[in-house]
Design a protein around this ligand. Structure first.
Ligand code: PLP
Length: 205
């Protein structure tokens, strides 16, 4: 089973790679506009196991309301083009951050030096639009950077049209393994120059 929420189709297609079940938060890229809460479970085969899941869904009431279903269908129509732009923006930002003197590390599978790059190249069509970076400093410095952006909104979800920034360790709370100097980004559809300029001014000492 694959939770492919961060890499929806056409970026990644787990069923074609041999997965039996694929899980998605509709809340993120699939609806894509931060106005839906929902989930999807997709099975390779309509077998007894999936019929059992269906029964649980129906009897336990985990059924999407009609308006959320409508918003999700509407969002799905632009999924491929949204992702294309979001991945493109993420790639530009990852390179910018990697070369920035105030950043010690960038976590993005699209960068050739990322430990998962080879696997990502094999199984993904693009590298997604989520990335994180570690600032040269402590938690306070990372929090200050997250507080200073104007285009990036400070919030914790992902996959919407607007770019988001967060100090991840604060969200997860102890005993998190997330480094205290790490800032997480969800890249949206804004013009990449605006995103670059925003991060640039936020990282200034
Ligand atoms: C957000 C998220 C979920 C949970 O989805 P909700 O719609 O918020 O319940 C599950 N998996 C991943 C990878 C997510 O990012």
């Amino acid at each position: 089973m694959v939770d492919s929420t961060w890499a929806p189709p056409p970026v990644q297609r787990p069923l074609e790679l041999g997965a039996d079940l694929v899980l998605h938060s509709l809340t993120k890229y699939l609806s894509g506009h931060s106005d839906v809460t929902g989930g999807a479970l997709i099975a390779r085969k309509a077998d007894d196991f999936f019929a059992h899941i269906r029964t649980i869904q129906q009897t336990a009431g985990a059924v999407l309301d009609p308006f959320s279903a409508w918003l999700t269908l509407r969002g799905l129509r632009t999924l491929a083009v949204r992702l294309q732009r979001q991945c493109e923006n993420a790639r530009r930002l990852a390179v910018f951050l990697r070369d920035h003197p105030c950043v010690v590390r960038v976590h993005y599978p699209g960068l050739p030096e990322h430990p998962g790059h080879k696997v990502a190249r094999r199984q993904m069509r693009d590298f997604g639009a989520m990335l994180s970076f570690e600032v040269d400093g402590d938690a306070e410095r990372a929090l200050a950077v997250a507080a200073r952006t104007r285009v990036f909104m400070r919030a914790t979800s992902l996959g919407g049209t607007e770019s988001l920034i967060e100090h991840r360790a604060s969200i997860e709370t102890p005993p998190t393994r997330t480094p205290p100097n790490l800032v997480r980004l969800s890249i949206g559809l804004e013009h990449v120059d605006d995103l670059l300029a925003d991060l640039s001014q936020a990282l200034e000492d």
